[in-house]
Design a protein around this ligand. Sequence first.
Ligand code: ADP
Ligand code: MG
Length: 696
Amino acid sequence: MEKVTEIFGTMVFDDRQMKARLSEKVYKSLKRTIDRGTKLDSSVADAVAAAMKDWALEKGATHYTHWFQPETGLTAEKHDSFITPAPDGRVIMEFSGKELVKGEPDASSFPSGGLRATFEARGYTAWDPTSYAFIKDGTLYIPTAFCSYTGEALDKKVPLLRSMEALSRQAMRILKLFGKDNVRSVRTSVGPEQEYFLVDRDMWKERKDLIMTGRTLFGAMPPKGQEMDDHYFGSIKPRVAEYMADLDRELWKLGIYAKTKHNEVAPAQHELAPIYDTTNIAADHNQLTMEIMQKVAQRHNLVCLLHEKPFAGVNGSGKHNNWSISTDQGENLLSPGETPQENAQFLLFLAAVIKAVDDYQDLLRLSVATAGNDHRLGANEAPPAVISIFLGDELTAILEAIEKDVPYGGTKKEKMQLGVDVLPKFSKDTTDRNRTSPFAFTGNKFEFRMLGSSNSISCANIHLNAAVAEVLKQFADELEPASDFHTALHALIQKTIRDHKRIIFNGNGYDDAWIAEAEKRGLMNLKTTADAMPHLCDEKNVKMLTAHGIFSEPELYSRRDIMLENYIKSVAIEANTMADMAQKEILPAVISFTADTASSAAAKQSLVPGAACAREKRVVTELSTLTDEMDAAVTTLTEDIAKLHTLTEIPEASAYVRDTLIPAMEALRSVADKAETLTSEDYWPFPTYDKLLFGV
Ligand code: ADP
Ligand code: MG
């Protein structure tokens, strides 16, 4: 096997390639575009395109594609070959700067939430030079943003880049107040920890629910689940280890810093974490990672399930969005630092995040809302649907001392004077113990843990960046005119802690008592997508997001509708699949088993008159009842699905899904799962939980 250092980034047109293949002038000009967002002139674009093409041809590529992230949350691509006819009938391989910079896929089939009538379906993709191009399956992939001709964002990358710019703008205003005039940009970085399940492909093929919806819609709990905690960080089985090794190599070739891998809490559940990177690159890489995970699984006759809740009764899968803010000089603004100045600056940024999360709880909650993730958030699983921040006891105590102007702790008897005193040391280790918090400070970054495993990380980061940008703006507006900066700063931080400490919670987020307490504190508890999503268009959110140029008002309305439609459609597909499986697979199996049991009991009694046949009688009696109940449940579900199709208003339909369709699905499942426990395995029409969870 080649060494990691030799394969890493071999399929990426990265800085090494740019340096080696571009003239110094072109390289410098491109670097300026990448680092500072300056405009790229067309001669530079031509030179870059030519170098990229030569490199791609050397690697055996024949096609190129503008790769983008439409609002479906997936990725999309349209492949063009490099060939251009030459006058003598041969072809030459060409790729111009124009083709690199701009593409025109037909946008009509991507969801736009009414933004764009189909007759004016044209949208265009624009190269994002900050995210390196790469080769996959013989095609040169060019990461791009996707807009309509009227300039509306039709993807997740445009608003993400806008939110990063907004945060950079406002953070720089704050840094100026601390005398940091040399900072040219501020960026957010993200390291997304990705959870997933692996199941055997042959078993997967036998389950319509997994094929159609990515999760099991039926299935009784196996004799053993995750109660022994023996899987978490346990030794990795050989077949899984081979998969992981193969996956790492594929990711490394694409320049993705896959770093950590381990088993997760549930059986068959695993995690992969990359080293963090600039947010838009992390977003591109996470989309690629999810795709490669599924592709590599095929080679091992496995299926990688990215659904948030593939199995009821065992942990679901999330994605932890580790997020930090840093300057182009490499200073992490969420790191406490060593000096009083650094401490004061840290506390200001910390206060900004606290206020942002409190003010925009709804935006954060809805940024991760999908039908799949509703099974984690708001169900009996961590994190809960209520947003709160974990700071750890020590940091919380420090903030409390600042708020109340009282001495901190037992050792230092002085009050904290910001900008003068050094922050008392708090140990980083104690900050990461709480695994149930949706939003935890982990020493020099925040970990937003509510994302679902299949979510694009873009939405969460758009809203997080935007909310923090807004609060930094408010802070800068207040501090810039102050005559005495440190006094104003102290007062501002005190006030912020006082007004927003309700969002800080260091206890157990699983606990029902917390949900009651959160309600007392006035925190929002948006249990489902149907509850959360409409808040996107609340006046305060529209005002904030448009003020920073992250979304236009029409973009927001369209996005809300697209997300709600996704919710409605995903649940409807699940409901249809359930009805189908119940009618064509489960009911016939249960009916045959009941009939066979009844006839064998009759046969037995004819041979042994008076035989009790207790077991047979019980099975037949109970299964007969369950069959009738299942029949009724499936009839109800089918009627409910039909009713859904008559609802044309999105809000009404999504509420109906939440209040009627999902409960009807749960009712059907509950009867079917009971029947499963009484039915012979030989009759059961598809692999059960024990086989799926322990079969790899
Ligand atoms: P663990 O949570 O297992 O202790 P870490 O907290 O070190 O591990 O890292 C978890 C994820 O957070 C990784 O993807 C890592 O790259 C990322 N991460 C670490 N530091 C930062 C940072 N400053 N900003 C953003 N992400 C970070
Ligand atoms: Mg972590």
